[in-house]
Design a protein around this ligand. Structure first.
Ligand code: HEM
Ligand code: HEM
Length: 184
């Protein structure tokens, strides 16, 4: 397995980003659901702090992933797909990237514009570059919820597409994103 992508498969760095971000997102979603269900109190706010601090780190990991994508070639989609299906696949991936970015950005905006601030794991206060503006905070809150809902809907479709390629079309689309390939 190569470090960079080739025209036929993803390299180790892209796979590391894809599966690393997948695991972090699962944790972030679980933390979010638990913290929002909790009664008001120190434990709830501690979990909010964990979610917010980790979310900021994730933002930079996502930026690094996108940068890596931009300096790399992408494996071509298999011939089992017609041009319309390829267009849908690219659009789905593009929307996933938008949602991945929208979550931490809107999280930062809702916290800062809402005047809650962000204490980075209790170590220091994150710089606020925004004005306190409840309306802006509400819009960011809305965007955070919409992006989260979109991910909840798109990921099952994304997984279904991968399984369909593997089981029905029997092409290499799923295996080329897997951590290890039989022939590597
Ligand atoms: C990639 C990173 C992130 C993911 C995947 C994520 C995911 C989520 C999800 C799924 C929810 C529940 C939304 C709902 O159903 O209403 C949520 C809520 C929340 N997130 Fe994030 N988030 C991320 C980053 C951030 C960041 C960076 C911040 C702030 C700095 C933040 C602040 C919040 C807050 C305050 C809530 C609770 C909103 C409420 O109480 O209604 N999130 N997040
Ligand atoms: C948070 C969850 C996930 C997100 C945000 C996500 C996002 C993405 C994105 C943006 C791409 C396009 C990569 C590129 O730039 O070329 C991609 C590719 C891929 N994903 Fe995911 N993914 C997630 C979870 C999963 C899961 C659970 C599976 C398991 C079935 C999966 C299977 C794949 C495969 C097989 C590809 C490669 C498609 C190709 O070869 O062109 N993903 N994913």
């Amino acid at each position: 397995m190569t470090i960079k992508n080739t025209l036929s498969e993803y390299g180790s760095v892209t796979k590391f980003f894809h599966w690393g971000i997948f695991i972090i997102f699962v944790c972030m979603f679980i933390i979010a659901e638990i913290m929002m269900d909790m009664d008001k109190g120190p434990d709830k706010w501690q979990l909010y702090g964990l979610h917010k601090s980790t979310g900021l780190i994730v933002f930079f990991i996502i930026l690094a992933r996108i940068l890596w994508k931009l300096v790399n070639i992408a494996p071509v989609l298999p011939n089992t797909m017609n041009s319309k299906q390829k267009m849908i696949a690219h659009t789905m991936h593009f929307i996933l990237y938008i949602c991945m970015l929208a979550l931490p950005i809107s999280g930062y905006v809702m916290s800062m514009a809402g005047d809650y601030g962000i204490s980075f794991y209790g170590l220091f206060d994150v710089v606020n570059v925004l004005p306190i503006n409840k309306q802006l905070a509400d819009i960011a809150h809305e965007i955070h919820e919409i992006a989260a809902t979109a991910i909840y809907i798109l990921i099952p479709l994304h997984i279904a597409a991968a399984v369909y390629h593997h089981r029905v079309l029997k092409d290499n689309l799923l295996t080329r994103m897997m951590p290890k390939r039989k022939d590597s």
